[in-house]
Design a protein around this ligand. Structure first.
Ligand SMILES: *Cc1c(COP(=O)(O)O)cnc(C)c1O
Length: 380
């Protein structure tokens, strides 16, 4: 049975699960934006795209949008996914990964998880491929990259597109290369609790440079904005577009956050490593993690324990918030039509046993030690 825990009230000494990272200089930067001419999509959005591409995508094209979900929808459209096309998706993820496929009317083929990493099960993906498969969507859960080489092999062999939901894996690398090298499309999220945030925001990155103009047009009604601003007011609109652009307000906050990314990621790594070390010898805990030739981005720290409810209750009594964060997507009514007779044995195994611990930049190292010690005391 799922047991729900409402958001914890925070007070002195409590440790919440998440906390947004907002650089100190943000207010000063915003003041400048608010006294200027552009608050909607303007030059700072272009600048943010450039800086992001330079830092994270080895200069693959980047298009900044209003949310990670916007970026996912755009990537599905640009990948050519149409009504009734089959798309293989993770059954365990933030619902945002899968919901935009419903906008299109695509047929979702849920794949089970790998029980060690909670990433998509490669074996199950292979079994789900048919002639109608248009794309594979995968998430690097918590910041731990999937087997990206294997996914690329499968995609190449079957001539299908790879779409990487990298909302949780900002800064992750695979075999020393940015993860964006390993998918036709990669999306990022700057929602409130992600590594860097503008409240809401997102970004789409892709390998085919020829798609850039189309991506920018469908980000904005289907109108060629640059051309329009150049004075051509009689532009035709040939594609149905959306209103998915980022604003300069958001971009200015994110540009400040990029400057602190190193600090953000090293702090997250420190907390993650404290948990790793402290739980290594606790026989009641299995850590969701794996080592390999990649870097983790340490977005969340997840454990598996048979005594999940007991632990969660104990932590709450100690003023420490914990949560499952995501749930298997096949439990939601909107996906019911895709799950008839489908089995997800690995998901079944862990669905009531995983728990995510606090991890954010507002936590001190001693907060992390306190959380870990409390967990160890409860589960001993
Ligand atoms: C946060 C998140 C999203 C959604 O991004 P939004 O910016 O909130 O739209 C999508 N997928 C995953 C895996 C996420 O963690």
């Amino acid at each position: 049975m799922f047991k729900d825990y409402p958001l914890m009230k925070t007070n002195k000494g409590s440790v919440p699960m998440f906390y947004p990272h907002i650089p100190k200089k943000t207010l000063k930067t915003l003041k400048k934006v608010f006294s200027g001419r552009w608050i909607g999509e303007g030059p700072l959005v272009d600048l943010f795209e450039k800086k992001f591409a330079d830092k994270f995508t080895k200069n693959l094209p980047c298009v900044a949008v209003g949310s990670g979900t916007d970026a996912l929808h755009l990537s599905y459209l640009l990948a050519g996914i149409k009504k009734n096309d089959e798309v293989i998706c993770p059954v365990f993820t933030c619902t945002a990964t899968n919901i935009p496929l419903l906008y299109i009317g695509a047929k979702i083929k849920f794949a089970d998880i790998d029980p060690d990493t909670f990433n998509i099960s490669i074996d199950h993906v292979k079994k789900l491929i048919t002639k109608k498969t248009k794309a594979i969507v995968f998430v690097n859960y918590g910041g731990l990259p999937c087997d990206l080489e294997e996914l690329n092999k499968i995609a190449k062999k079957n001539k299908i597109k790879l779409i990487q939901d990298a909302a949780q894996s900002l800064g992750s690398t695979y075999k020393k290369k940015p993860i964006t090298e390993y998918a036709d499309f990669s999306i990022f999220s700057f929602q409130a609790i992600k590594h860097i945030s503008s409240g809401d925001g997102g970004l789409l990155c892709f390998k085919d440079k020829k798609l850039l103009k189309l991506a920018k047009r469908i980000r904005w009604f289907g109108i060629d904005r640059a051309k329009k601003q150049g004075g051509t007011w009689e532009n035709d609109i040939k594609e149905i577009g959306y209103k998915y652009q980022m604003t300069d307000i958001g971009a200015s906050i994110l540009i400040e956050a990029l400057k602190e990314f190193k600090k953000i990621s090293s702090h997250r790594k420190k907390i993650f490593n404290i948990y790793l070390k402290k739980f290594k010898n606790n026989k009641y805990i299995k850590i969701v993690n794996k080592n390999g030739n990649f870097t983790h981005s340490h977005w969340i720290f997840t454990i598996i324990t048979d005594r999940k409810d007991f632990l969660q209750k104990g932590l709450r009594m100690a003023n420490i918030e914990s949560n499952q964060v995501h749930f298997r997507n096949d439990r939601y009514s909107i996906f019911k039509k895709f799950i008839k007779n489908k089995k997800f044995p690995n998901m079944n195994l862990i669905q009531n046993k995983y728990l995510v611990l606090p991890l954010h930049t507002k936590m001190s190292i001693s907060d992390a030690v306190k959380v870990a010690n409390t967990v160890n005391k409860i589960l001993s």
